[in-house]
Design a protein around this ligand. Structure first.
Ligand code: 5GP
Ligand code: ZN
Length: 116
């Protein structure tokens, strides 16, 4: 657990936030400031700030994150209409919370590549 990491605190229940899904790899919450009718955050349980902190070997949590995203898209009713998965990496990527996470955004047509 990284000190003062908001997503670690949500993971550990220190900050209350409804978990829509939780498993050995990751958990899913609604973004507090949604940009679309569906805006979820798929967050690995393991704290690492960004991709560059990981070694070259594949991280098994990523496979679990994509499985969770697929299941959540079904649950949210956006699997057929489509959605976007985004990881903001680092400063130019627009990353604000330094605990890697994947956005799942859908429920309206999305244009451009930006999150906001
Ligand atoms: P980033 O820019 O790092 O990819 O995205 C961070 C996201 O986390 C933002 O969309 C922001 O609205 C969301 N967020 C920040 N703090 C909280 C929080 O305490 N709870 C929830 N549910 N979302 C948060
Ligand atoms: Zn963290």
């Amino acid at each position: 657990m990284a000190d003062d990491c908001i997503f670690c605190k949500i993971r550990d229940g220190e900050i209350p936030s409804e978990k829509l899904h939780s498993d050995d790899d990751c958990f899913v919450i609604r973004d507090i400031n949604p940009i679309a009718p569906t805006h979820l955050l798929v967050i690995p349980n393991q704290h690492f700030a960004e991709l560059s902190e990981l070694g070259p070997e594949p991280n098994p949590a990523f496979a679990g994150m994509f499985s969770a995203a697929r299941a959540m898209a079904e649950q949210e009713g956006v699997a057929e209409s489509g959605y976007r998965l985004i990881i903001n990496q680092g400063s130019d990527g627009g990353q604000e919370v330094m605990h890697l996470h994947m956005h799942l955004i859908g429920g309206r047509p999305l244009r451009g590549l930006g999150l906001r």
